[in-house]
Write a protein that binds this ligand. Sequence first.
Ligand code: NAD
Length: 396
Amino acid sequence: MSYDTTTPAPAVAPPLGVGMVGYAFMGQAHSQGWRTVGRVFDLPLSPAMAAVCGRDPEAVRTAAAKLGWAAAETDWRALIARPDVQLVDICTPGDSHAEIAVAALEAGKHVLCEKPLANTVAEAEAMAEAARAARARGQVAMVGFNYRRTPALALARRMVGEGRVGTLRHVRVTYLQDWLVDPDFPLAWRLRKEAAGSGALGDLGAHAIDLAQHLAGAPLTGVSAQTETFVRERPLPDGGALGPVTVDDAALFTGRLESGALASFEVSRVAAGRKNALRVELNGTAGSLAFDLERLNELEFHDHATDAAEAGFRRILVTEQEHPYLEAWWPPGHGLGYEHTFVHQARDLVRAVAAGTEPEPSFADGLQVQRVLAAVEESAEKNSVWTPVPVSPDTV
Ligand SMILES: NC(=O)c1ccc[n+]([C@@H]2O[C@H](COP(=O)([O-])OP(=O)(O)OC[C@H]3O[C@@H](n4cnc5c(N)ncnc54)[C@H](O)[C@@H]3O)[C@@H](O)[C@H]2O)c1
């Protein structure tokens, strides 16, 4: 028997209709994930890119065609109401996350929401509560902390769980960018508190906090922080006048994990020369692990039991079939990139939907990160006073 591309394919997994809100930076990255995931991984459900939503009718139609969505909507409420959409993927700024996510969950849809989960703890609490109620109806909700899905960091998590670094003493995360060094960079939504919640803190610090808690397997119980806004006025996006910057340019904080480990964080959008420099180091009683996003196929490991004459960090090239997510990709040494984290995110979410299990990171995890963000802001406002973080029992 011969086949060509017009012959119907053999029966595949039943479809999972996806509707996405927002199609700029994250919308493009998520589209890449949805387009690719079913062609790389064997999945119990087949993601179908049903519709994308934006507010400009012409622009959203163009985006739908370019990114591979079957239809376009101009109102997220209409997107949620579509019968061919079972999962709503939220790629908008933080000020709309809560409203869209809660409406989608109440309408019976699964949800993927970009980070940070919300702009305030109150919003995040409402979202976590809506997700908890939806779980009882068989729906799932996940936050887009995609860096967890870098194979090297997933391997680091596995090695911590296996006891390869012993009892953790230090978790150190820095996440540095430099796109705000230029004082003439315009006052975009990321620089307005009402739209973004906070600055480098919520943007980069949310990832750093999530990774620290995830890799250590323990929540932060308190923080001491400083934040700074170095450039306090910037040109309005439509040109001419200056407007006030109402978020931080950088945040520096220390914390304690429930396990007893000490954590330190530095996040900045004014670190000249650093583009997307996410670095993580874990030091334990039996060894250390180190990761640098600019070399994301590598994980450094120091085994402290090694004879002193030969001890030191060694580089693990995280491209083997045995490594997390690598079973479906290229032969050893061929390497993955940033975009693959979104494919892995889609894989894990689809599997959770099919299995009816709680995906990680859940909205409860996103809420816990939000509490840390709020504690950092409170501490910074009060001259770095030690600020406890309330911890929910269902966290991390
Ligand atoms: N996971 C990551 O690594 C990562 C990276 C960047 C941004 N983010 C997060 O993703 C979210 C979006 O950030 P971005 O960089 O894609 O921003 P962006 O400005 O590039 O895109 C936001 C999009 O949302 C659209 N939008 C805003 N309000 C809307 C509404 N009411 N209805 C429909 N569309 C609407 C805008 O038109 C735009 O297309 C934020 O929460 C951000 O923190 C995550």
